[in-house]
Design a protein around this ligand. Structure first.
Ligand SMILES: [Zn+2]
Length: 388
């Protein structure tokens, strides 16, 4: 491929490594009817890696296909493990980084759960202002200490006071990450001392662990720690550090605006990205065949379910069982998803208590970080289901 430019560092040393056709464009919009699920809008995944900075992106991504409206729900807090992760981050911010008495802006706040935790943290004295076009709920709450706006955060928000900007699991949905960061910078025109905290998946973790279901259409931008730092530096932010959180799955970046208008350095470091990407692509076909074989073997003992109708479960179902011959259903603890259908394949989404009458004997867990809580859930319900 030629003419391609890395959206993070402008290098032309960009190489495609993985293609998947006709994937559902949304993994987090479940369908109320089976037919609608099967007829879900689809797009192409054409992943490329930048040999200069290590960034990975979907060259075929079309933002016009995305619908981040009110029906969009990527709330993961029904899961105790994810909720615990949010609590850890809140504590890290308040106790570790001294985010107290701060006016906190959250970019892409979803339903506002994280911001609420940050504002409600005892003794912290923070106030919150969340921005998200898909926000649903009260516009003002907690006696005015927490407010929300159903819109993007951009240059028109320069009059919104901000000491801290938090943005979690947003930048991977944006095909031009520098444009997003440029908008945040413009919004901070009157807040030169603001500190930024961003969270996004770590693509090296996905590649190293061969997590085939972590590449999907909604995520068009995949960062390594180094390429995330390059993006922020090129957008004019001074990066204070990038660390790994949530068992290494996510990157956590801390940045601020440079003092005295200095231009931050942005040294590019491709790391192992290109090599890992090539190895991943080589192994993907084998992995998919391997998973199909394992599911077939598990079916000998009874029906098989996938655990989790989030992006991972939906992608796994589409990749491994598009014809719905191997998996009975997908289990999800989110009551809003139960009774609905997986976009693309049309697998029914059920509650854990529905597993026995559906003849399910084995559940395949999509994220090992949730293993403990799911085992407990099954035991509490008196279910005999094996998690793998
Ligand atoms: Zn690059």
């Amino acid at each position: 491929m030629s003419g391609e430019v890395c959206p993070v560092c402008d290098s032309r040393r960009v190489e495609g490594f993985l293609r998947r056709e006709r994937v559902p464009v949304h993994q987090n919009i479940v369908a109320a009817a089976e037919r609608a699920a099967v007829e879900t809008p689809r797009g192409e995944l054409d992943l490329a890696v930048c040999a200069a900075c290590g960034f990975i992106f979907n060259r075929a991504f079309d933002p016009a296909r995305m619908m981040y409206g009110e029906e969009y729900d990527n709330t993961q807090s029904c899961s105790p493990a994810f909720s615990r992760h949010m609590d850890d981050l809140v504590r890290r911010l308040v106790v570790g980084r001294g985010v107290r008495g701060a006016r906190v802006v959250e970019v892409g706040c979803g339903r506002g759960l994280f911001l609420r935790k940050l504002v409600e943290f005892e003794g912290a004295g923070n106030t919150g202002h969340g921005f998200d076009p898909s926000y649903v709920g009260d516009e003002v709450t907690l006696g005015g200490r927490l407010r929300f706006e159903r819109r993007y955060y951009d240059s028109e928000c320069a009059d919104v006071p901000a000491d801290v900007v938090v943005c979690r699991h947003v930048i991977e949905h944006v095909p031009r990450p520098l444009a997003l960061l440029g908008n945040v910078r413009k919004a901070l025109a009157n807040a030169p001392r603001a500190r930024l905290f961003f969270e996004t998946p770590c693509v090296e973790w996905i590649l190293r662990n061969r997590v085939v279901w972590d590449f999907f259409y909604e995520h068009c931008s995949y960062f390594t720690a180094a390429s995330l730092a390059v993006a922020f530096a090129r957008a004019g932010f001074e990066v204070e550090g990038v660390s790994h959180v949530f068992g290494g799955q996510y990157l956590w970046l801390e940045a601020r605006l440079p003092e005295g208008g200095a231009r931050p350095e942005a040294p590019r470091d491709p790391g192992a990205s290109a090599r890992l990407a090539a190895e991943f692509a080589r192994d993907e076909r084998e992995l998919v065949a391997g998973w199909r074989g394992r599911l077939r073997a598990l079916r000998a003992a009874g029906g098989v379910a996938l655990w989790g109708a989030g992006a991972k479960g939906v992608t796994f179902a589409n990749l491994i069982d598009s014809g719905r011959g191997l998996v009975e259903c997908v289990v999800d603890v989110n009551p809003a998803k139960q009774g609905c259908y997986v976009p693309g394949t049309g697998h029914p989404i059920v509650a854990p208590r529905d597993l026995p009458w559906r003849g399910v004997r084995t559940a395949v867990l999509m994220n090992p970080n949730y293993r403990e809580e799911n085992l407990r859930l099954l035991a509490d319900a008196g279910l005999e289901v094996t998690l793998v």
